[in-house]
Ligand binder design. Structure first.
Ligand code: PMP
Length: 326
C-alpha cells in the first residue's frame, strides 16, 4: 500500500479522526473574536479564494510536563508577518494579539497537542487585481493532528522521488513568503510522487539544484557533516533552524550550500524537517538506497533530541516553548 508521509483520508478514518474539518466542533479565532467552529465562514467572493494571495503558518503545540506548549510560537508569528509584508498585506493585528490568539485556540478547544493554522486572507471587498481596497482578515484554527509520521516512517525512513516540477523561481512567486498560492506547486509535486509509489517529492530549483520537499526542508549527512540548501532555494524553515542549533550543540557542523541531485544519492544519510513532518529519515531517492537504507545514526540523534525538545524533555531548549496557559 502506498502511504504518504501525510495522513490520508483512510488513515484518518482508521484513527477515528474526522475527515471533514468543517464538521469539527470548538472555536476558531476570526478577526479578533472566538467564533463557534461551524460559523467560521467566508463568502465565495473572497479575494484570496480566487487568486491565492494569502499567507499562513503551520504551527504545533505539544504536551509538556508544564502543560501544552506551542513550539517556537514567536518565530512562526514573525514569519507570518514577514510573509504579509512581502505580499503587501496590511496586518490589522499586532504580533502579541496573534500570539495570544494561537494560545487561546489551543486552550479553549481543550487540546493537549494540536496543529495550529493561522492564515491571513484578503476579503470580499473587491475582486480586481489591483487589490488596493481590500481588508486583510485573519483566522487561527487548531485541531488534533497527530504526527504526520507513522512510526515506521520515523524509524525506517521514507522513499522519495525527484519531482518533475521545479520549485518556484525566486522571481516568480515570492518564496520567502509562506503564501497560499505557492502550495499549488507542492500539491502537484506530492501527488505526482505518491502516484508513482513514493511517499514524498524532492523538488529541484530552477537551476537544477536540490531545493526542498513539498512541505519540508532537506538535509544530507556525509562524513558527519550536515549539508542543506541555501535559503535562496528553500523556505526559511523553523525546524531547519532548530536542527542547526541542536546539531551545533552536538558538535556537528552544518554547511548551507548548493546540492546536486546525485550528491543526495551518495549521502550517508538524508532527512526532511518541517513542523508537520518533524524529522523524517529518507531511506531511498529515485530508487537509490541512501546510506544503509534505513535511519542513520546522526539522523536518529537529531530526531530524538528534536522530539524530546518539543515536549519539554530538553531543558536547554525551554526557550522554544510557549505555554498556552500563563
Ligand atoms: N519548505 C516548505 C515548502 C514548507 O511548506 C515547510 C513547512 N512550513 C517547510 C519547508 C518547513 O518549514 P517549518 O520547519 O518552519 O515548518
Amino acid at each position: 500500500r502506498i502511504r504518504s508521509l501525510y495522513l490520508n483520508d483512510q488513515d484518518r478514518r482508521c484513527k477515528g479522526i474526522h475527515m471533514d474539518l468543517s464538521k469539527l466542533s470548538g472555536h476558531i479565532w476570526l478577526d479578533g473574536e472566538m467564533v463557534p467552529w461551524q460559523e467560521a465562514r467566508v463568502h465565495v467572493l473572497t479575494h484570496t479564494f480566487h487568486y491565492g494571495l494569502g499567507v499562513f503558518e503551520g504551527v504545533r503545540a505539544y504536551q509538556t510536563p508544564d502543560g501544552p506548549c506551542i513550539f517556537r510560537l514567536e518565530d512562526h508569528t514573525d514569519r507570518l508577518f514577514r510573509s504579509a509584508h512581502i505580499l503587501r498585506m496590511d496586518m490589522p493585528f499586532d504580533k502579541e494579539t496573534l500570539n495570544a490568539a494561537q494560545r487561546a485556540v489551543v486552550r479553549e478547544n481543550g487540546l493537549d497537542e494540536a496543529y495550529i493554522r493561522p492564515m491571513c486572507f484578503l476579503g470580499s471587498e473587491g475582486m480586481g487585481l489591483r487589490a488596493d481596497n481590500l481588508k486583510t482578515h485573519v483566522m487561527v484554527a487548531s485541531w488534533p493532528w497527530p504526527s504526520y509520521m507513522d512510526p515506521e516512517a520515523r524509524d525506517r525512513g521514507i522513499r522519495v522521488a525527484t519531482s518533475s516540477y521545479t520549485r518556484h523561481h525566486v522571481n516568480i512567486t515570492m518564496c520567502k513568503a509562506k503564501a497560499n498560492g505557492n502550495y499549488i506547486n507542492s500539491i502537484l509535486a506530492l501527488r505526482e510522487a505518491m502516484d508513482a509509489g513514493f511517499e514524498e517529492a524532492l523538488l529541484l530549483d530552477n537551476e537544477g539544484y536540490v531545493a526542498e520537499g513539498s512541505g519540508e526542508n532537506v538535509f544530507l549527512v556525509r562524513d558527519n557533516v550536515l549539508y542543506t540548501p541555501e535559503l535562496t532555494s528553500c523556505l526559511e524553515g523553523i525546524t531547519r533552524d532548530s536542527i542547526f542549533r541542536i546539531a551545533a550543540d552536538q558538535g556537528l557542523t552544518v554547511k548551507e550550500k548548493r546540492i546536486t541531485r546525485d550528491e543526495v544519492y551518495v549521502a550517508d544519510e538524508a532527512f526532511f524537517t518541517g513542523t508537520a513532518a518533524e524529522v523524517v529519515p529518507i531511506r531511498e531517492v529515485d530508487h537509490r538506497r541512501i546510506g544503509s537504507g534505513t535511519r542513520g545514526p546522526v539522523t536518529e540523534t537529531l530526531q530524538r533530541i528534536y522530539l524530546e525538545s518539543v515536549r519539554g524533555g530538553q531543558p536547554q531548549y525551554a526557550d522554544w516553548l510557549a505555554p498556552v496557559v500563563n
